[in-house]
Structures are given as C-alpha cells and as structure tokens.
Design a protein around this ligand. Sequence first.
Ligand SMILES: [Zn+2]
Length: 82
Amino acid sequence: MTAEVHYCRHCGEAITDPDDAVYVGYEHGNSGPGWEIWAHRDHADLLEPDPVATRILAHVLAERAFSRAADGGLWSPAAGDW
Ligand SMILES: [Zn+2]
C-alpha cells in the first residue's frame, strides 16, 4: 500500500509528514473530477482563499449591486451597505 503524497499549494513541495498536511479545500476541474488542495501547516495561512468560494461570493455581491442599481438605489460599500 502506497501512502498518498500531497503537494503544498503554497510552495509546491511534497508534504512528507502527514501530520504537517493541512486540507485547504477542493478545486473542481474544468473537465472531469477536481482535486484536493493541501498545504504545509505553516503555509496554509498564507494561501489565498478558496478560489471557487471567492468567485461565488464575488458573483453574489455583483448581482446584489446590479439589482440595487436597477431599483434606483445607491449602492455604497463604504457605508457597509452589503
Ligand atoms: Zn509548503
């Protein structure tokens, strides 16, 4: 049985110590299955947020902004109007 080796998303190095591997998230492939994202414990905090979740959040915020603009409302992120 072969142990699965994960590669750090931040530095690209193999994570040889299983206790040092931190599961960061799951990335969907454009075609076929996606893959898990791992990082060294020390590097997990340095990673960008999950790109999929960020994209969805940006989409939701944009939809909200456009729908308010269509209503004639003024959308102001500076005013905390999310
Ligand atoms: Zn690393």
